[in-house]
Design a protein around this ligand. Structure first.
Ligand code: PEP
Ligand code: MG
Length: 861
């Protein structure tokens, strides 16, 4: 039995729990402890320990002390409804903390005016502990001894320890379950969770709540809060032991009545009647497990059609990187065989991860995250339980991993959703190890001349590929403007996406031609086709070498019209090669690559160093730095944004910047510090209205004044939202220049998700609807003499370039690998021809028709 002293987590007036204006706390339903009416805005850790969970509304968090005591710290009363507004979390789930470490800070004015009370609670929520010596009815300073917690050891089992129930389907003498929709606005936060726990504790046997495949002990407030439930979730209440049916019925009635919170009308269907004995939920075959046919065999010539992503052709041998979809046998050979098999497979994966972390220290965080997931006892326990019930190691592992991945994916916290992707990756790796295949991590070990075929490649995988090994990429899924494709383009790798699942039939080592100009994968091509493509690739390489000789010269059309050809960059290392290709500046620095794959945001100094190095490598040429474009499909682990039904239509680009001004201001300061002043311009993504740009300009001016930088800096708007294109004349009042992001503009104009393989073939920036908006943008900018650039993918498309120029665009910012060829092509063009064909294109009916017009006008590209 150990006793520990908890320090006051806040400064303020310390008071007995009974005085808290919330009956769940004052009656001790949540736990035992004390309260503080705060006078300072920072919640600090009361002990050394580990953060078990930070509530998604950031108003509460639980810390587990070394003794096992779980301390819930809850800021204010009725603060869950603020949905995180006014709260900033400084810690993440699983993080080790020391006493006094800041956990959450809050805006006292905002929270105080919107919540019922600022009185904040510190309670121990798990059984087996007693609390005494509360230092109350006095002013207390954060860090002072506040109360003593005794207990631990065997008695102090973690409150969220997995509840042990018979596996679903195993009929026990007395078991019951029932599913009921949750109809309260903020899910199971502290108060309703406490009410549910009180009802569950009245039952002597185990009681569990299941939600989206995840189980929680119904006798633990922490476990219930950790389920991350939201309005409309289906909760399955399960109990075992004498009286199981009665307790299930009473908990269901309690949930149905709102657990003390007001009911939201119309949310969820009424509960079904309690059913005795749960039924097993078999792992249903997913669409991915449908039959696709046997592997193609040598001599079986096949042409697979996909969508053009990165132009160019390549010949090579296939390296498959498909996630494993083979159906696994359910029945095992008994636990004595299956359990050691699973443990050995896991050991192999762990060894592989350790090795990878050493070989690729820059990606060590990814491998460490995978290791942590493999160490999760719930995952292993779930699999071992199934093995104990006679299942095979493969079946048990797959089921446990999928259940956890689905649960994580459904949580509103984007950090959790990312971990679901990691789990799916691990599911495959373990299945591969069980089948005796070598575990494959990333694309690091590829032989030279590989053409990788995969469901979809991750940007992080491409980042680790040694130069020269990878010749081309084919993806069964994916869209033509995904970030992996953008990286592939930067690496000059011909890429075809949306090939469909037939691509999975191509065996390892098969000779193929990947044709990024046509969007095709030619499998087992005849020798003549292989050598014709090799010759075409060599001729193209020779032409490119030729073009590179003159690439450094400024770009003028045949009639003398000046067109600037800039480069899109993502990292410091991209800059020098881009200049060698003839880049006359950087028209888009995608700064999010500096922010992704890390645990915290880069500091101002780190950013400044990167931007300065890029500016230096560009040798005085202009550098347009885009402010952070995250959110949507690019979540940051350290920037929790609310879960959105349609993230691409939600918090993205400047919307995130204005919501998290601290992040944006840091970036602005880093850009303003780059020397010589005037070399950098700032560009803001996803602008919809002039007011957004004005708000950013105000920040820029304030930061300039604070830094004592007298020189102004040009501020541009990205035109990616149709409303911005339509009101370009108004945006131009606020902007110094405009740059059209055709990737997003196209997805929003055509209502086609740029990452959706089902619409990838129609997602074409040469659709006349997109071209008309480009014309409108140029016309709107012309009144105020603003320059219009294009920095989306169509600037790199030789079919699109003459049309963009014909529409009045004067700067193309392209992927570095195409710049030399693009400049050489532009030098052959005449403005009047470009204008004429652009006029015809505006009157066309489809992107295909536009492409035909361009191909007729400029056949020898
Ligand atoms: C675009 O949308 O065209 C663009 C350049 O931005 P991103 O591709 O980074 O979204
Ligand atoms: Mg964009």
């Amino acid at each position: 039995m150990t006793a520990i002293t908890l320090a006051a987590p806040l400064s303020g007036w310390a008071m007995p729990l009974q005085e808290v204006p919330d009956p769940a706390f004052s009656q001790g339903l949540v736990g035992v402890g004390m309260a503080i009416d705060p006078t300072a805005n920072e919640l600090r850790s009361p002990c050394d320990g580990v953060v078990l969970s930070v509530h998604r509304a950031r108003h509460a968090c639980t810390v587990r002390a070394a003794s096992g005591a779980e301390v819930l710290l809850h800021l204010g009363v009725d603060t869950v409804g603020l949905k995180g507004e006014g709260f900033t979390a400084h810690v993440q789930d699983g993080q080790a903390v020391k006493v006094g470490d800041p956990l959450i800070s809050f805006d006292m004015d905002l929270v105080g005016s919107r919540a019922q009370s600022l009185v904040s609670m510190m309670v121990v929520v798990n059984d087996g502990f007693t609390v005494d010596g509360q230092s109350v009815n006095r002013e207390i300073a954060a860090g002072e001894p506040a109360m003593t917690v005794s207990g631990g050891g065997a008695a102090g089992a973690p409150a969220d320890a997995a509840v042990v129930l018979s596996s679903p389907g195993a009929a026990t003498a007395e078991s019951a379950q029932c599913t009921v929709p949750l109809r309260i606005a903020h899910g199971l936060h502290a108060r309703p969770a406490a009410a549910l726990v009180a009802a569950a504790k009245a039952h002597s046997g185990p009681v569990a709540i299941q939600c989206r495949g995840r189980n929680a002990n119904a006798k633990s407030v922490v476990a219930l809060m950790g389920l991350g439930t939201v309005l409309g979730d289906e909760l399955t209440v399960r109990a075992e032991g004498p009286g199981a049916r009665g307790v299930v019925e009473s908990i269901v009635a309690l949930i149905d009545s709102g657990l003390g919170d007001p009911l939201v009308e119309g949310a969820g269907a009424p509960p079904a009647h309690p059913a005795t004995a749960a039924t097993a939920a078999p792992v249903a075959p997913t669409a991915a497990e449908e039959e696709i046919g046997p592997p193609f065999t040598a001599g079986e010539e096949v042409l697979l059609k996909g969508t053009i992503a990165v132009p160019g052709q390549a010949v090579g041998s296939v390296v498959r990187r498909f996630r494993r979809v083979a159906r696994v046998e359910e029945q095992g050979a008994g636990a004595a065989v299956e359990e050691p098999r699973l443990r050995q497979a896991l050991d192999r994966i762990v060894a592989g991860l350790t090795d990878s972390a050493q070989r690729m220290p820059e990606h060590a965080a990814i491998f460490q995250a995978h290791r942590e997931l493999l160490d999760d006892p719930e995952l292993l326990d779930g699999a071992l339980a199934d093995i104990g019930a006679g299942k095979s190691a493969e079946w048990a592992w797959q089921r446990a991993a999928r259940q956890q991945a689905d649960t994580l994916a459904a949580l509103p916290d984007p950090r959790m959703a990312e971990r679901a992707a990691d789990l799916r990756d691990l599911e495959q790796q373990v299945l591969a190890a069980l089948s005796g295949e070598a575990p494959s991590v990333g694309l690091a070990g590829l032989p030279e001349g590989s053409i990788v075929l995969a469901d979809e490649i991750l940007p992080s995988e491409l980042a680790g590929v040694p130069a020269g090994r990878l010749a081309g990429i084919g993806m069964a899924h994916g869209g033509p403007t995904s970030h992996a494709v953008i990286l592939a383009a930067a690496l000059g790798l011909p890429t075809v996406v949306a090939l469909g699942r037939q691509a999975e039939r191509v065996p390892d080592g098969a000779p193929v031609v990947i044709d990024g100009n046509r969007g095709e994968l030619h499998v087992f091509p005849p020798d003549a086709a292989l050598s014709a493509t090799r010759n075409a690739v060599a001729a193209r390489a020779a032409r490119r070498e030729e073009n590179r000789r003159t690439a450094g010269e400024v770009c003028r059309m045949a009639d003398g019209t000046r067109i600037e050809v800039f480069a899109n960059l993502g990292r410091v290392g991209d800059a020098a090669p881009a200049v060698a290709e003839g880049a006359e500046g950087c028209g888009l620095l995608r700064t999010e690559f500096l922010f992704l794959e890390r645990q915290s945001a880069p500091t101002e100094e780190e950013q400044y160093q990167q931007y300065q190095q890029i500016a230096d490598a560009m040798g005085g040429r202009p550098v347009i730095i885009r402010t952070l474009d995250v959110g949507g499909d690019k979540p940051l682990s350290y920037l929790p944004l609310p879960k959105e039904e349609n993230p691409v239509l939600g918090l993205r680009g400047v919307r995130v910047g204005l919501r998290e001004p601290g992040l944006l201001r840091t970036q602005i300061r880093a850009i303003l510090r780059v020397r010589p002043a005037g070399v950098c311009r700032i560009m803001v993504p996803m602008i919809t209205s002039p007011s957004e740009l004005q708000a950013v300009r105000a920040m820029v001016d304030e930061e300039r004044a604070a830094l004592g930088r007298p020189e102004p800096i040009e501020l541009g708007a990205m035109i990616e939202v149709p409303a911005a294109a339509l009101t370009a004349d108004r945006i131009s009042v606020a902007a110094d220049f405009l740059s059209i992001g055709t990737n997003d503009l196209t997805q929003y104009v055509l209502a086609m998700d740029r990452g959706n393989p089902h619409v990838a073939a129609q997602l074409d920036a040469l659709h006349p609807g997109v071209l008309r908006l480009i014309r409108q943008t140029v016309a709107g900018a012309a009144g105020l003499g603003r320059m219009v650039a294009v920095c989306g993918g169509s600037a790199s498309d030789p079919m699109a370039a003459p049309l963009l120029i014909g529409l009045g665009v004067t700067e193309l910012s392209a992927t570095p690998a195409v710049i030399a060829d693009l400049k050489a092509f532009i030098r052959t063009l005449r403005l009047e021809d470009c204008r004429r064909v652009a006029e015809q294109a505006l009157a066309a009916d489809s992107a295909d028709e536009v492409r035909r017009l361009a191909a007729e006008a400029w056949p020898a590209r």
